[in-house]
Design a protein around this ligand. Structure first.
Ligand SMILES: NC(=O)c1ccc[n+]([C@@H]2O[C@H](COP(=O)([O-])OP(=O)(O)OC[C@H]3O[C@@H](n4cnc5c(N)ncnc54)[C@H](OP(=O)(O)O)[C@@H]3O)[C@@H](O)[C@H]2O)c1
Length: 327
């Protein structure tokens, strides 16, 4: 890559965007994930432009003239919000993705990496096989369409637009909202409140389902690798291996340890478990990268819990969290 590239990260204030910012700011010179001399990185928030609006999207491109875009901006939510607002998840994400790709096309941006999701059966060849899970079909269909658009832009215009498929991401700057978060930040917040208020720490479900979790700062490095070294339209799954699945009980145990919680700790088995497994293969990634060392799960979880404790006042904790903390 030449040294005067401008890389625009949409959704730059979110969990993944902030992790890329961290890696770009801290990775030592010479590392394959380091910032290159002269390179300019922009981490855009929604306040700089609502990407559902084509005019504001075009203005953002005119302002920064990006040569490369890592497109992370999306309406993202937990299970409850996805189930309740299916049309909003479908439309907002379709609009955001269409505007970001079309503005890149119009302004001659060389490369765009977008983000798909793991809401459907997975290896890289199965993105369009079978319907997505009913609970989030709005979000999942919008994500699938990005791959369709990438292929269409490539076939009609020869563009270098591609996509990444991260599995369950966690890390600093996550959304710790009690009612609308993913499992790790939700449980960290719950355990924090149980300790603070001397109440039991109750985990929904049996604790048996298994998931592949990826630390946001590892994921950030994988995005930087894709930016520099991956020029194919087909998506790549960015994940730890299928043999590194962790159960929800292991997650909860690690949180109890990280927060040094000594109170009552139980599983509410009357609550639904969700899918037992959602395995995703990282074979393609590891072959292309010639190996990658992931941060051990408990180390990444400790770091995330520590970040949450240190940044409680500014973290995304939601209205219910603030109320419970004030008890
Ligand atoms: N988290 C996961 O486990 C996971 C798994 C698979 C895929 N992904 C994908 O990874 C990407 C990043 O996810 P994340 O977890 O980092 O999300 P996040 O923390 O919720 O951040 C979302 C980002 O999108 C921006 N955004 C939302 N609506 C926007 C709009 N209308 N206009 C402009 N910007 C807007 C937000 O900006 P403001 O905060 O400034 O409003 C924020 O920077 C998303 O595409 C998501 O679908 C995430």
């Amino acid at each position: 890559m030449s040294s005067n590239n401008v890389i625009l990260v949409t959704g730059g204030t979110g969990l993944v965007g902030q992790a890329i910012k961290h890696v770009i700011e801290t990775e030592p010179e010479g590392s394959r994930f380091a910032k290159l001399p002269g390179e300019k990185w922009i981490f855009a928030s929604s306040s700089e432009g609502d990407l559902r609006d084509p005019v504001q999207t075009r203005q953002l491109y005119e302002k920064y003239k990006p040569t490369h875009v890592i497109h992370l901006a999306a309406l993202v939510g937990g299970l409850f919000k996805n189930m309740k607002y299916k049309l909003t998840f479908l439309r907002d994400n379709l609009l955001i993705n269409d505007n970001v790709l079309e503005a890149a096309h119009e302004s001659g941006t060389t490369k765009v990496i977008s983000c798909l999701s793991t809401c459907y059966p997975l290896d890289e060849n199965k993105i369009h096989t079978g319907p997505p899970h009913q609970s989030n079909f709005g979000y999942a269909h919008a994500k699938r369409m990005v791959d369709v658009q990438n292929h269409a832009y490539k076939e009609q215009f020869g563009h270098n637009f591609t996509s990444a498929i991260p599995t369950n991401v966690f890390g600093p700057h996550d959304n710790f909202d009690l009612e609308d978060s993913h499992v790790i930040p939700g449980l960290i917040h719950k355990c924090y409140l149980a300790k603070k208020n001397s109440t039991p720490f109750v985990v929904a479900g049996t604790g048996k389902p298994l998931r592949q979790f990826i630390f946001s700062r590892d994921l950030a490095k994988l995005f930087i690798w894709m930016l520099r070294s991956y020029d194919d339209v087909e998506p790549v799954i960015l994940s730890v291996g299928e043999d590194e699945e962790v159960s929800i009980k292991e997650v909860a145990d690690a949180i109890v340890n990280a927060l040094d919680f000594k109170g009552d700790y139980t599983f509410d088995t009357t609550r639904a478990d969700g899918q037992f497994r959602k395995p995703a293969s990282n074979k393609k990634l590891l072959t292309l990268m010639n190996g990658f060392e992931f941060t051990p799960f408990t180390e990444a979880l400790d770091l995330t819990a520590k970040w949450f404790l240190e940044n409680y006042d500014t973290a995304r904790t939601g209205a219910a969290g603030k109320k419970a903390a004030a008890q």
